[in-house]
Design a protein around this ligand. Structure first.
Ligand SMILES: Cc1cc2nc3c(=O)[nH]c(=O)nc-3n(C[C@H](O)[C@H](O)[C@H](O)COP(=O)(O)OP(=O)(O)OC[C@H]3O[C@@H](n4cnc5c(N)ncnc54)[C@H](O)[C@@H]3O)c2cc1C
Length: 396
């Protein structure tokens, strides 16, 4: 069967809009907010409004009407295209656009129809990580205790992207620690609720324009129907419910890596050509300048990352189980973008290391794409489990 890689026409406007924003809004302010860590990029306000409007305007298309061939190109494909284009402009700013938080992706993945409607206009951050764990998300110790029509949440979350800017946060908490992973549920919490406090903002290596917060929850009361998915503790199903979030968000992070990777490749190619080294796809790699050969290797890794990302997003849109493919896309793209941006600095040398260009910034920004939403090692672990048919108890 032939693979048709042409974009569905209905998604062209998404790509066009994101590309314009990346070029005309992000790039002119990219260095400004790299220097002004923790300062809110006010330039994003208008973009947030447009994103919100576009989202409601696009609702029909996002529903994913099947094409003549019976395939669906819906919200997941749209999200990866949007992330790819915007991240070409600036990853940190992309993560700061109002109404496009990681928590929004979690709501889209797990919420029921009523919740989708109720939370359609929120800007939601995502709070899983705690002081006592990062990778081992089954170790959640934040608690949610049922009290009448409410749940009462207590705990501390760290490294919450957009935690000080979003108006809502999706919090992972356990209903009963003794039951293990099946009791972990996610809750939508308005940041203005009594007992929610932003305790601190982190200083970071890269994506400095994105705020990363410590958020505390002390006797935070939310309506019981803010629990996403089912309140039943289904021991057999285990972690299935909340983990579904990652099947949607990991391809988006992979797409961010592809977008940033494209920016670095373009800049590297410009530098090579300025130095008189043309990239010639008609000649054997071995017969070209060593730096050009390296460029072609990086570019092919980058292409492979995008293919894997498209596959994972397409599977999600078509309701095919995609955990392994989502991890493959994130593992490949995360590794490629860190390799690619660092190689670009190496080949560009002093000019690329200097703040006069953006390559040094991209080398710093790229690393997070191989850490959050599951590190490189965790993605490989998940892939190994799926390929070998092992459980998380068998392969740790
Ligand atoms: C800028 C930034 C933004 C973030 N945003 C969010 C957010 O919005 N929401 C949120 O909840 N979290 C967020 N995080 C947290 C992020 O998801 C965690 O940092 C990540 O999951 C890794 O956890 P950790 O840092 O505790 O490392 P650890 O889990 O302690 O891992 C340390 C090292 O050990 C490796 N390792 C761990 N377990 C295994 C294993 N079983 N086998 C092999 N190797 C292993 C890891 O790959 C890593 O290299 C963010 C982090 C950063 C830095």
């Amino acid at each position: 069967m032939a693979i048709n890689l042409e974009l569905p026409e209905k998604l062209n406007s998404t790509v066009e809009r994101a590309r314009m924003a990346a070029e005309h809004i992000f790039r002119p302010i990219t260095r400004k907010y790299d220097k002004a860590e923790h300062e809110y990029p006010v330039e994003l306000d208008e973009l947030g409004k447009l994103a919100k409007k576009a989202r409601s305007g696009d609702k029909d298309a996002d529903g994913g009407t099947a094409s003549d061939e019976g395939t669906v190109n819906g919200a997941n494909l749209r999200s990866v295209l949007n992330a790819r284009e915007l991240s070409w402009g600036d990853v940190g700013l992309m993560l700061s656009i109002p109404h496009q938080g990681l928590g929004n992706a979690a709501i889209a993945a797990v919420a029921n129809d009523e919740q989708l409607e109720r939370f359609a206009d929120v800007w939601a951050a995502m709070a899983i990580t705690e002081p006592s764990f990062g990778s081992d998300s089954a170790a959640v110790s934040t608690t949610a205790v049922r009290d009448g029509d409410d749940y009462v949440i207590n705990g501390e979350k760290i490294f919450v992207t957009a935690g000080s800017r979003a108006d809502h946060v999706v919090v992972w908490a356990t209903l009963d620690k003794s039951v293990g992973r099946a009791a972990i549920k996610s809750f939508v919490v308005p940041m203005k609720t009594d007992g929610v406090t932003v305790a601190r903002l982190e200083h970071k290596l890269g994506i400095k324009s994105s705020d990363t917060a410590v958020v505390r929850f002390e006797d935070v009361r939310v309506p019981a129907d803010n629990l996403l998915g089912t309140p039943e503790i289904e021991v057999k199903k285990g972690f299935g419910g909340v983990m579904q979030t990652f099947d949607n968000t990991r391809p988006v992070v992979a797409a961010m890596a592809v977008g940033l990777g494209r920016a670095a490749l373009e800049e590297l190619r410009r530098m090579l050509e300025e130095a008189g080294h043309e990239v010639d796809y008609d000649r054997p790699v071995a017969a070209q300048h060593a730096a050009v050969a390296e460029y072609i290797r990086l570019e092919s890794d980058w292409e492979a990352s995008w293919m894997l990302t498209l596959r994972a997003a397409w599977m999600a849109d078509n309701k095919e189980p995609n955990s392994a493919e989502a991890s493959m896309s994130k593992a490949k793209a995360g590794r490629t973008v860190t390799d690619l941006t660092n190689k670009a600095v190496e080949i560009g040398s002093a000019a690329a290391y200097s703040e006069t260009e953006l390559l040094e910034k991209w080398a710093r920004d790229s690393k997070i794409l191989d850490i959050f939403e599951g590190t490189q090692q965790i993605q490989q672990l998940i892939i190994a489990r799926r390929v070998l048919g092992k459980s998380s108890a068998d392969l740790k």
